[in-house]
Design a protein around this ligand. Structure first.
Ligand code: ZN
Length: 197
């Protein structure tokens, strides 16, 4: 095998070891000299970290899509400085997100799930370049399960929307949020931390 190809595979393996994303690596060569190299970093780039403004302790690392409907007020375990957890939302302040009750995103999820299933099924029995033998069966299985998981999640969500159970859950969370917001000192803290204007 070409030595540059070996280096590219090494990059891909490095990415897997570091948990940065799927097994894709690359080496860019010009006139026999390496001018660039790298690997897939989709997982690494989607994750955010926040640190305590006072003591610098890592408070949390989270992914962009994460959303929770509870109090965003949290405090550093080391020094007690309060901060806003960006994953959390006060429904009484932000309002119930009506987009959650549209089945459009479920249909998109269903289609993507089906495509991923098809892809996983298609990869069975295919030799993937630079993939160790142990991964040849595992990878398509994982892809197939991911697709099936997405389809199930979409169907469950559509059932919850049509039976109204999803809306009832949001109304309950919204009521809890309203009770929290009745406390003026709590609202004041949210303003100080720039969660509320
Ligand atoms: Zn701190």
């Amino acid at each position: 095998m070409n030595r540059f190809m070996k280096l590219a595979i090494g990059e891909a393996q490095e990415g897997i070891r570091a948990g940065h994303g799927g097994p894709f690596g690359c080496v860019i060569v010009k006139d026999g000299v390496i001018v660039g190299r790298g690997h897939n970093e989709v997982v690494k780039r989607m994750a955010y970290e926040i640190h305590c403004k006072n003591c610098g302790k890592k408070l949390l690392s989270y992914e962009k899509y994460q959303k929770k409907y509870k109090s965003p007020l949290a405090s550093c375990k080391k020094c007690g400085t309060e901060y806003i957890d960006p994953r959390c939302h006060e429904l009484a302040a932000e309002g119930i997100p009506e987009a959650e009750f549209s089945i459009k995103s479920d249909i998109v999820l269903l289609v993507i799930g089906a495509l991923i299933c098809w892809r996983g099924y298609y990869l069975f029995g295919m030799r993937m370049l630079g993939t160790p033998d142990s991964m040849q069966f595992l990878m398509p299985s994982v892809i197939l399960l991911l697709g099936i998981g997405m389809i199930i999640a979409a169907i469950v969500d559509m059932i919850r929307i049509s039976t109204g159970s999803k809306r009832r859950k949001y109304e309950r969370l919204s009521e809890e949020s309203r009770l929290r917001m009745e406390d003026e000192s709590y609202v004041q803290k949210l303003k100080e931390l720039e969660y509320l204007k």
